[in-house]
Design a binder for this molecule. Structure first.
Ligand SMILES: C[S@@+](CC[C@H](N)C(=O)[O-])C[C@H]1O[C@@H](n2cnc3c(N)ncnc32)[C@H](O)[C@@H]1O
Length: 279
């Protein structure tokens, strides 16, 4: 038999894989005993059943292989909700909330709007925008059928019906002059980048991470194809690597966008670029 306090202490082996091992252990134990984290601090001397210990040890063994906590729990917080996640979708990152914030600033005075999220994954961006205004019509695209299933489940969970899911490659088959804003967090990591072997990345779908042409191929495709789908004076927002600002700016200039501006994240890193389609 072990108490809550003892179980958390024994999880210190997770130090080898995670800087946030204490938090990880608390989240995994909360899940195993189906209680909140506060409960762990309130009842540290409570004895755990053998079934609870077995469950917790199972989660810790998975975490010890490097598997992200979000995949073990099957959920991840984003914006002001929680999303279902599994290994067919990228785990939504806090940095991507900047893309949502920037989109909301640009759509501030739009009573109705047509918005497109390219590469929706778990649906994070599309759902945050759809939830902001139920009169906006949001289209969420992904090439992955299994990712779209997760995104649709998330829409159901959040009871959002102003969102349509389409399986296609970027803008293939989408109508011309349709959208007031296109948001995209595409794959932008260069194949062979050493970061692909670090943290949660080895567990995430490679198609969500890696792009050809030094990580720029999908950004280029999106910039080119979005021109056709965007209305006059509408906006394209693309999240990218913090070292890709100049390359992305050149792509956007070459494809005919105006008012191109890079936006930094809270860490001061170049995180996304917005650009306007004037014609
Ligand atoms: C970096 S993930 C972004 C996921 C989600 N938007 C987010 O921010 O958490 C990129 C997504 O693009 C999708 N994707 C990759 N290539 C694509 C393509 N050619 N057409 C549509 N989606 C694509 C992947 O399946 C993945 O879900």
């Amino acid at each position: 038999m072990a108490t809550i306090k003892q179980a958390l202490k024994q999880a210190n082996t997770l130090q080898q894989v995670s800087e946030s091992w204490k938090l990880d252990a608390e989240l995994l134990l909360s899940e195993a005993i189906e209680q909140s984290r506060e409960y762990l601090f309130t009842w540290p001397d409570q004895e755990l059943s053998s079934a609870q210990i077995e469950k917790f040890e199972g989660y810790c063994s998975r975490r010890a292989t490097g598997e992200p906590v979000s995949y073990i729990l099957g959920r991840q917080a984003f914006w002001d909700f929680e999303l279902i996640v599994n290994p067919s979708v990228l785990i939504p990152r806090p940095e991507t909330e900047l893309l949502v914030e920037t989109a909301l600033e640009l759509l501030d005075n739009f009573a109705s709007a047509a918005v497109l999220d390219l590469g929706t994954g778990s649906g994070a961006i599309a759902l945050a925008l759809a939830a902001n205004n139920k009169r906006w019509a949001v289209t969420a695209v992904d090439s992955s059928e299994s990712a779209l299933r997760v995104a649709a489940d998330n829409a159901k969970l959040l009871q959002l019906s102003n969102i349509e899911f389409i399986q296609t490659s970027w803008c293939d088959g989408l109508p011309a002059d349709q959208f007031d804003l296109i948001a995209a967090n595409p794959p932008y990591v260069e194949a062979g980048d050493k970061h692909l072997r670090e943290g949660s990345l080895p567990f995430e779908p490679i198609a969500a991470l890696v792009a050809g042409e030094n990580g720029l191929a999908d950004i280029r495709a999106i910039a080119e194809q979005s021109r056709y789908c965007l209305k006059k004076n509408s906006w394209l927002l693309i999240e990218h690597g913090f070292q890709q600002k100049q390359a992305v700016e050149k792509i956007l200039v070459d494809t005919g966008y105006a008012n191109i501006e890079c936006v930094k994240d809270l860490a001061g890193l170049d995180r996304l670029t917005k650009a306007q389609c004037l014609n």
